[in-house]
Design a binder for this molecule. Structure first.
Ligand code: ZN
Length: 435
């Protein structure tokens, strides 16, 4: 078995970005609440829950009283719940929506106040979203006008919508592409890609795959010349090609964009995606980015075979629909807003060392060895000429090695799968995203 580091990153949004996503909203009448407890904006609100994420999210639990963000979509129904703290009275949940006051700044206006119902030993707050586009609502929990001081444990945020479980794929070739390492041109790659996507996404329907070329996209295509080897993060500042994604107005409303290009800036990076992108169709946030080759640590560029390219696309699109890695990497945990490790504010959640799903095993080896703190662990094993694992390569005994969301690619990857719970999360996400 040969092993190749997956070189994939999941990128988390920074809260301020959400200020631009708001739209006008038809608010339902508020409950007859008698106080207005805004989220505590004296501190940066960075923690965010997206629907049906099963990870532990302890940092969100700890901050929900003074303010976290809940990702919401138009027309969808949500439940926020957590364990009852019997030493404290039941808190009210207040929800606030952001509205822009110019630049990066926004203010909050109250959407509604909710009393919990008690189900088992949990407080459950249920609400519908009447926004016109995806946005976030901010929370506060209060008792008598004061922030709730009870324990908030085992937080859960679920959501359902009424959209179908179909999607299409736009494979968008950006700049010059060669044949893959196994000799496939882009049309052959696209046919194989649709076949493998349909096999791996066994619980939903992929209607069709459209092969597009960036240089032919109306209005902006001239910025992506056909002969130019495009390197995401180098060829333009916009790694995720948001301008291109937004310009694809003729795109089917249910299409997921996969931008395929020469390579991606950085060592050992094959693909990029946001975690839970939340949009389909013509939208600047609709982007998975995958390179045809990657830069090894010695600087050499390695061309990839079609199998690795396609499995990277499937892995990244899993993130796009909301799936975490089965075993968390250092990069997942070390998320910084507004800078790097020295200058930024840490927004990652160290309780999320795995995805929380009961049918995706977790690789204890990574935790036991403390290796998950090292972002470069998985990239140190890119010797593709080793016939089989050597002694000490305990990573090969990881029980989640053959899950698509395991953060390492193996060359004999034909048998990797999504679990049932992963597929259910993808179906739920599709039900929520307008398309
Ligand atoms: Zn990944």
């Amino acid at each position: 078995m040969k092993n190749l580091c997956k070189k994939t990153w999941v990128v988390f949004f920074f809260s301020a970005l959400w200020a631009f996503l708001f739209t006008s909203c038809s608010l339902s009448a508020d409950a007859d609440d008698d106080f207005d407890l805004k989220p505590d904006t004296s501190r940066l609100i960075v923690h965010k829950l997206y629907p049906n994420d099963m990870a532990k999210n302890d940092s969100a639990s700890a901050n929900v009283a003074r303010g976290i963000m809940l990702v919401v979509h138009p027309g969808a129904s949500y439940k926020l719940s957590f364990d009852v703290d019997s030493t404290m009275p039941a808190p009210e949940l207040q929800l606030y929506r952001p509205y822009s006051i110019g630049g990066d700044f926004f203010r909050l206006s109250k959407v509604r106040t909710l009393e919990p119902t008690i189900v088992g030993n949990r407080y459950v707050y249920s609400f519908n979203c009447e926004e016109k586009e995806m946005t976030v609502w901010y929370t506060s929990l209060g008792v008598g006008g004061q922030y709730y001081e009870g324990e908030v444990n085992n937080i859960s945020y679920t959501g359902t919508g009424s959209y179908d479980d179909h999607f299409s794929i736009n494979l968008i070739v950006v700049g010059a592409i060669e044949k893959t390492a196994d000799g496939k041109d882009v049309e052959e790659l696209s046919r194989l890609m649709l076949k493998v996507f349909r096999e791996k996404y066994y619980g939903v329907t992929i209607d069709t795959l459209y092969l597009r070329y960036a240089h032919e996209i109306p209005t902006v295509g001239s910025k992506y010349p056909a002969q130019y080897p495009w390197v995401a993060g180098v060829s333009s500042d916009d790694t995720f090609l948001g301008e291109l994604a937004l310009a694809m107005k003729d795109s089917p409303r249910n299409a997921l964009n996969i931008f395929f290009m020469h390579s991606i800036k950085g060592v050992n990076i094959m693909g990029l995606s946001h975690l839970f992108s939340g949009v389909l169709g013509a939208d600047s946030g609709n982007a998975v980015v995958v390179g045809e080759r990657f830069s090894k640590s010695d600087g050499e560029m390695q061309l990839l075979p079609s199998s690795n390219i396609i499995m990277t696309m499937i892995h990244e699109s899993g993130h796009f629909f909301g799936l975490r890695h089965t075993s968390t990497t250092g990069l997942d945990l070390k998320q910084y807003a507004g800078g790097d490790e020295k200058t930024g504010i840490m927004i990652g959640d160290w309780s999320n060392i795995e995805d929380g799903m009961t049918d995706t095993p977790f690789c204890e080896y990574i935790l036991r060895s403390n290796l998950y703190k090292r972002g470069d662990l998985f990239c140190a094993k890119s010797s593709t000429d080793s016939a089989k694992p050597t002694t000490g390569d305990e990573i090969y005994s990881c029980p989640d090695l053959y899950n698509i969301m395991f953060p390492v690619t193996v060359d004999d990857n034909a048998n990797v799968t999504f679990s049932k719970q992963q597929m259910e999360l993808i179906r739920s996400t599709l039900s929520i995203i307008p398309h």
